[in-house]
Ligand binder design. Structure first.
Ligand SMILES: *[C@@H]1O[C@H](CO)[C@@H](O)[C@H](O)[C@H]1NC(C)=O
Ligand SMILES: *[C@@H]1O[C@H](CO)[C@@H](O)[C@H](O)[C@H]1NC(C)=O
Ligand SMILES: [Zn+2]
Length: 271
């Protein structure tokens, strides 16, 4: 996570069925359409251990915050039933724009979340390989973040961990053309996106809930997390295509909620 997309939709994508297949790369959908690439990353001096140094004002919480994400989800974290929140994502039967931001691959979409007495709107969903959150310390091959906000700038993330298993119709369709955005800044179209099965999955299983942070700069806190306790599944062939593009984008696991920031701790120790 997590960028709020200032997104100018290529409106044709939503109205022209032919576009999803035939017209890509024509005047209807110029190939040179690009998106801005993130200035932070996951390697060496732009990686998570150094996000604070990239901008000490903006990213201070990355190094000092005490409610940072991701964390290990265990019995100390509250759970609720998935039907205690209401999560909906609009259908995109002709596909939606799929962007490589360098730090993740992302699909800007509309949707709603009612949770904790707040009404949120969806901005986008994006992917991490491997997962950022861990359940009872165990990581998963993938995590999906649906990023919501309210007009007064409250943020919530609905998250799904993904394990290896059978093909998932939605994920296969999202990643249909992922090889076309192998270079940061590139965009393409997903296949058809229908979210009923995913909405049902969330509703039918327990969720972990806690107040944490964005897992990317500026590591803003007060983010309400709703994480399905039951992982989805993805087939290894699809996963391999995605991993080739994302490569690696998981922030390291943070300290327990309320505990000293791990970077602050090491700074103190080294003095
Ligand atoms: C650092 O972040 C601050 C606050 O968001 C911003 O005003 C400033 O331009 C940023 N500095 C750099 C060098 O990007
Ligand atoms: C989301 O909804 C807004 C407002 O109705 C619309 O302008 C925008 O094109 C929609 N975006 C997508 C990706 O559907
Ligand atoms: Zn994320």
């Amino acid at each position: 996570m997590t960028r709020f997309t200032q997104f100018t939709v290529c409106a044709l994508a939503l109205v022209a069925p032919a576009f999803a297949s035939c017209d890509y790369g024509t005047h209807l959908y110029p190939r040179e359409h690009t998106v801005p690439v993130s200035t932070f990353g996951y390697n060496d001096l732009i990686g998570p251990l150094n996000w604070y140094s990239l901008n000490k004002t903006a990213n201070e919480l990355c190094a000092t915050g005490q409610h940072q994400s991701p964390i290990v989800l265990d019995s100390s974290i509250a759970t609720a039933h998935g039907d205690s929140i209401s999560f909906t994502v609009e259908s995109y039967p002709f596909g939606a724009e799929f962007e490589n931001l360098g730090s993740t691959v992302e699909v800007p979409v509309n949707g709603t979340l009612k949770a904790g007495g707040k009404d949120y709107k969806l901005a986008q969903f994006h992917f991490h390989t491997p997962s950022e959150h861990r359940i009872d310390s165990e990581y998963h091959p993938m995590e999906i973040h649906f990023v919501f906000s309210t007009p007064d700038k409250s943020t919530a993330v609905v998250s799904f961990l993904v394990d290896f298993g059978v093909p998932n119709l939605l994920l296969s369709s999202v990643f249909q053309n992922v090889n076309e955005i192998a270079t940061p800044g590139e965009t393409t179209l997903t296949g058809p996106l229908l979210f009923a099965a995913l909405e049902n999955h969330l509703k039918s299983n327990a969720i972990f809930t806690y107040s944490g942070s964005l897992t990317t700069p500026p590591c803003t806190e007060g983010v309400d997390w709703y994480i399905s306790a039951q992982p989805l599944q993805i087939d290894t062939a699809t996963y391999g295509k995605v991993k080739d593009v994302i490569k690696f984008n998981a922030r390291y696991t943070q300290n327990k909620l309320g505990g000293v920031n791990l970077l602050q701790n090491i700074a103190n120790e080294l003095k």
